[in-house]
Design a protein around this ligand. Sequence first.
Ligand code: MG
Length: 337
Amino acid sequence: MDRQPKTITLAHGGGGEESQQLIQQLFYRAFANELLLQAEDAAVLALNGEMAMTTDSFTVTPLQFNGGDIGELAVTGTVNDLAMMGAKPRYLSCAFMIEEGLAWSELETIVESMATMICEAGALLVCGDTKVVPKGCVDKLFITTTGIGEIMQQPYPSVKRLRSGDALIVSGDIGRHGTVILAARENMQLQTELASDCQLLWPAVEKLLSAGIECHALRDATRGGLSAVLNEWAQASQLGIEVREVDVPVSEPVQGLCELYGFDPFDLANEGTFVLSVPSAQAEQALALLQAIPHHEQAACIGRVTDEHVGKVVLTTPWGSQRYLELPKGELLPRIC
Ligand code: MG
């Protein structure tokens, strides 16, 4: 077999011999499975019952950060959206948009991260595409992933199932991914080893569902953070949401960086933290289940759904005053995921 080149060239996207080299030596080797290796124009899937499908593009900079890289993010971002519908991730597709000159070794590291994450998720990558564009047309690497998952429980979690009186739980401390990317961009040395929360959420959801927790609604608090999820839920359900600020877990480094830059931890992105709405009678059980899962020890009950102040999120501050928690405005930090 040809020796690996040091960098990706336009020829690797040309559909000829170099493209074959990239596909065989990198993608097939990392993602090998029977469906992918059929190498036809499309993968043929045998699907059963109701499925969920979602797609995302990833443009994060830097490509590698503390706690993950763009490859892990591309997998978790997509399969976590499936998990939020109560769906077990099954199949993924993936498209790479590569800038000419990207180091082969860097692409290899990222592809291997993806393969590990897909394997952990219990899913298969079944088809993909690669394009290489001239220098300057993209920044190093953009990835688009699409996922299909099998809905494991009916009725599946949905904002339509939010009920007045539901307890709201957050699965961990908020704002870590946003803070890590901000610190990396500013070349800032954090005093503690703060890592992105980038992780798979299906294992936690599966545990809740199999314990009989009625997850009325689930949503991962990605771009726009906790503020966006709660506001979207209040608006879509035509119910109100009440949150106690003191109960929302925020780590010290996240709080510190937010104070320095004037950000609100509620607005910062997470990549492995979700909000769930459960009947209040099940709140304690759901919380105990979550807190027993590694990386979810900080899970906390943060508030409730109410039929007052329809469409709004009301935050009770540590001093007992109340204010509306608004949707984040503008773009705090572009290219975060
Ligand atoms: Mg989502």
